[in-house]
Design a protein around this ligand. Structure first.
Ligand code: C2E
Ligand code: CA
Ligand code: CA
Length: 823
């Protein structure tokens, strides 16, 4: 904040300073005119070359100074009729020297010093104070300059001279002061904001200021004549430094990340090259010839042009502005060069001031503009997705929060185009973005058309990008489920219709999740979470969209909890095995039992296997559990066979376990260890697992059968596999799912299914188990169908081991279980 205020203040100061500096010489010349009446008179003559053979010619006032050749002037002050002090002034030619002489009594030329020539301001304004004009007749002036220059000589009153010099000093002082201030300011801002571009601008302005000070001869104000003279040597060093900093600015400000390698490195190395030249000049105290300086300038210009041209592909406005910024300086250099070549003085002090200050004002303006531009972009892209130009997640949250604050009902609709990731993979990101842009235009159009018709106070519905592939629409106000349905319909139809893009027509389908405020969530955060939950709900029976469902979300929360608690369940002994007997329907005797896992959690209580087994499967914890069940079940089997030698134990194996061959190794090890009969061990796998991957599965099942254990197909009838297919896999037992058995007394179709299954299984040579036998009638009916074994609550609920053993001993006395049970 303070930085921008300071920046504006500084620009104001700078502008005011530059204006002052331009206006003041004008004021001085006005003064000049008013005092013209009193101007003392003198005659001047000029000669070029050596004084000894000089041919003096009369001179008005202005004259030309050739490059590196002395000019001699002769001033005859004697002709003035004034008695007061007068001042003879010579305008210093560019970086030139002016020296005053007179002929002493012996007739030889000696320099005028001391009382006549003040050493101060000798460079800024070479002058000779003549106290008694009558006494000093002829003054000789020697003028040299490294450049072709224009100059003028004049004689004026002491007072007049002083006001002129004061004015000029003030103007140049303000101008150079402002330059120095600006460079210090840029330097400080560059350091604070760690921006090399500002530091190089600071260096540029500093060199420019130094260049100006030396050229104006302002060093006189700060240093002695000798030092001032020495400093003048460094003027071309400052030129090189200014060019170097300028290129560095280009490099940091425009180039860096956006240009191709060559230009990038060229600009950088050129910049450092110029700075090196500047340093070399300082150390060798050499002055560069005008031609060399011109070459330096031209080369820097060429590089800058190359950068700008390259940038054409980037931000055009930026390039234009940057070009315009350097125009005044180009003009200045052009005028100077033309002046050199045509021997005319095209640059006045005011024009120089005007050009330099307008250049700096433009430069400053450009930096400020660029800064605010990037700030605007920054602010924009905190709210807009760069790829699609859609409002982003932040914008969505802000909009939702606003509605939440106003306590207005609203509905968040999230949708996920399913084909989008594939488009990205196959056609690339930019294609996908362009496609989204085109498609979403159509989407907003259609949605707004519907919204305008359906809602009393329609507002344009915006599409937000919440995540990479998830987009959002906010439906403002109270809205019926049927209206949401309408919106979904519109969305889906646009995607299903698709849009033609670059010769391809892409059709897509959507997943949609919806949540409402305040019905499903009171806060924005929760609302987004709930809509995402709804979005992630898996579609069943072709449902297009999901409204947030409390039960669903609670169950998913519970799933997460259970999954984390499952880890400790084995170590903390929370698992146990129950046994549910199976009865041989032909003999009426116990055939065996199915081992069923139980989890008793200290906090959650009893958790049914139907709930935790799928969690264990998806989190990979099932392997450990199966190993535990297998080991426990076989140890119990060893104990049970002591009571009932032909007892068959059935063990459930998850579909996930089938890929792990080490399980059959564990099985065989246990069988040997416990001296069990493998034929009394039944592995139950569910029917759904058997679908697909026939060859692989057959291999696995063959593994088990080669050990001698038996295989049962569990939950038969719930999957879609045919018996013919299953028979190829090979199995020993078929378990009809309890859903067909439990209501067999009332459902004719289930009766048919059970009867047919028994017949077909027998034809294939396998046994049939009916699971879920809950009453005596079902028991009798299944017996009549020829079903081999029965399992169910009618016989017994699953029992803990000890209770199962006592149940076994209780029923072992009776001839027929059925008559024992109905007693
Ligand atoms: P499943 O293999 O079909 O097990 C039979 C399920 O039916 C058992 O439920 C049993 O209690 C229940 N049941 C038996 N007779 C009746 C009846 O007459 N009426 C009714 N309504 N239900 C009856 P449970 O013990 O809750 O087990 C559910 C499922 O959990 C099992 O279905 C099985 O898929 C899985 N499971 C159980 N233990 C294990 C295990 O150790 N390992 C694996 N991988 N899965 C297991
Ligand atoms: Ca089972
Ligand atoms: Ca079953």
């Amino acid at each position: 904040m303070w930085l921008s205020v300071a920046r504006q203040a500084l620009i104001a100061v700078f502008l005011a300073g530059a204006l002052l500096a331009m206006v003041f010489p004008g004021v001085a010349s006005d003064d000049n005119k008013t005092q013209q009446i009193n101007t003392p008179v003198a005659t001047f003559a000029i000669a070029y070359g050596e004084l000894s053979n000089a041919q003096f010619a009369p001179l008005e006032s202005q004259f030309y100074v050739p490059k590196a050749q002395a000019v001699w002037l002769k001033a005859n002050i004697n002709e003035t009729r004034l008695n007061e002090d007068v001042v003879l002034t010579v305008e210093r030619p560019l970086l030139g020297q002016v020296a005053f002489y007179h002929r002493d009594s012996a007739g030889s030329l000696s320099p005028l010093d001391g009382e006549h020539v003040s050493t101060s301001l000798r460079h800024f304004s070479p002058h000779l104070i003549v106290h008694e004009p009558k006494r000093l007749q002829h003054v000789y002036i020697k003028i040299t300059s490294p450049y072709r220059s224009q100059s003028q000589i004049s004689l004026t009153s002491y007072a007049n001279y002083h006001s002129q010099v004061d004015n000029r000093l003030f103007a140049s002082g303000v101008f150079s002061g402002v330059l120095l201030l600006l460079s210090v300011y840029m330097f400080a801002t560059g350091l604070l904001s760690k921006r090399a571009s500002l530091l190089s601008i600071a260096g540029y302005i500093l060199s420019l200021g130094g260049f100006y000070i030396i050229h104006q001869g302002l060093t006189d104000v700060f240093f002695s004549y000798q030092t001032s003279l020495a400093i003048m040597q460094y003027s071309s060093s400052l030129l090189a430094a200014a060019l170097g900093c300028c290129l560095l600015f280009f490099y940091h400000f425009l180039v860096r990340r956006r240009l191709t390698g060559t230009i990038n490195t060229m600009t950088q190395s050129m910049a450092y090259g110029y700075l090196l030249v500047a340093a070399v000049i300082v150390f060798s105290a050499g002055q560069l010839a005008f031609a060399v300086q011109a070459v330096l300038v031209l080369v820097a210009l060429a590089v800058a042009m190359a950068v700008l041209l390259q940038q054409q592909q980037g931000n055009r406005k930026e390039v234009w502005f940057c070009g315009v910024v350097w125009m005044p300086i180009l003009l200045l250099m052009g005028l100077f060069a033309v002046g050199q070549l045509t021997r005319t003085m095209l640059l006045s002090t005011s024009l120089t001031h005007l050009l330099v200050s307008s250049h700096l004002v433009l430069l400053l303006g450009f930096v400020v503009w660029h800064d605010s531009e990037s700030r605007r972009n920054f602010i924009k892209y905190t709210r807009v997705d760069k790829d699609t130009e859609l409002p982003n997640k932040f914008a969505l949250l802000t909009a939702l929060e606003e509605l939440e604050l106003k306590n207005k009902a609203h509905t968040l609709l999230l949708f996920k185009p399913l084909i989008l990731p594939t488009i990205k993979l196959n056609f690339g990101l930019s294609f996908a973005n362009q496609y989204i842009n085109k498609l979403f235009k159509k989407v907003s159009q259609q949605i707004n058309t519907y919204g305008n018709a359906a809602i009393a106070n329609p507002v344009d519905t915006e599409i937000y990008r919440l995540e990479e592939d998830v987009f959002a629409i906010i439906l403002d106000g109270k809205i019926e489920v049927s209206q949401v349905e309408q919106y979904v319909c519109i969305l889906c139809s646009v995607f299903e219709e698709g849009v033609g893009f670059k010769d391809t027509k892409i059709v897509d389908s959507l997943e949609v999740g919806v949540a409402n405020h305040p019905m499903h969530a009171k806060t924005t955060e929760k609302l987004v979470q709930r809509a995402l939950q709804a979005l992630s709900t898996k579609s069943q029976n072709g449902q297009r969209w999901h409204l947030f469902d409390v039960e669903n979300s609670m169950s998913s929360e519970r799933q997460l909890q259970l999954s984390s608690h499952l880890k400790g369940a084995i170590e903390q002994n929370q698992f146990s095995l129950f046994f549910q007997p199976q009865v041989n329907l032909t003999t009426g005797k116990v055939f065996g039992s199915e081992a069923l896992l139980r989890w008793l959690h200290p906090d959650f209580g009893y958790i049914p296997p139907d709930e935790f087994i799928p969690i264990a499967e998806s989190s990979g914890q099932i392997f450990e559990i199966t190993e535990w069940v297998l080991e426990q079940a076989l140890h119990y089997q060893a104990q049970i066979t002591q009571v009932m030698p032909d007892h068959v134990i059935s063990i459930n194996i998850s579909g996930r376990d089938l890929n792990r061959r080490e399980l059959s190794v564990q099985l065989i090890t246990l069988i040997n260890e416990l001296s069990l009969a493998p034929s009394q061990i039944m592995i139950e796998i569910t029917e759904s697992v058997t679908i697909g991957k026939e060859a692989e599965l057959k291999g696995v099942l063959d593994d088990y059968r080669s050990i001698g254990v038996k295989v049962a197909i569990d939950d038969f009838g719930t999957g879609y596999s045919s018996l013919a297919y299953l028979s190829k896999l090979g199995f020993d037992e078929l378990k009809i799912d309890k859903s067909f058995v439990m209501d067999i007394e009332t459902s004719k179709s289930n009766q048919t299914i059970c009867k047919a299954t028994c017949d077909m299984a027998h034809n294939l040579g396998s046994k049939v188990v009916a699971e879920g036998v809950e009453d005596v009638n079902s028991y009798i009916r299944l017996q009549a169908y020829g079903c081999d074994y029965a399992q169910g609550y009618f016989i017994s609920r699953p029992l803990p081991f000890n209770e199962y053993i006592s149940w076994l001993t209780k029923v072992s006395d009776s001839d027929d279980i059925k008559s024992f049970l109905v007693r």
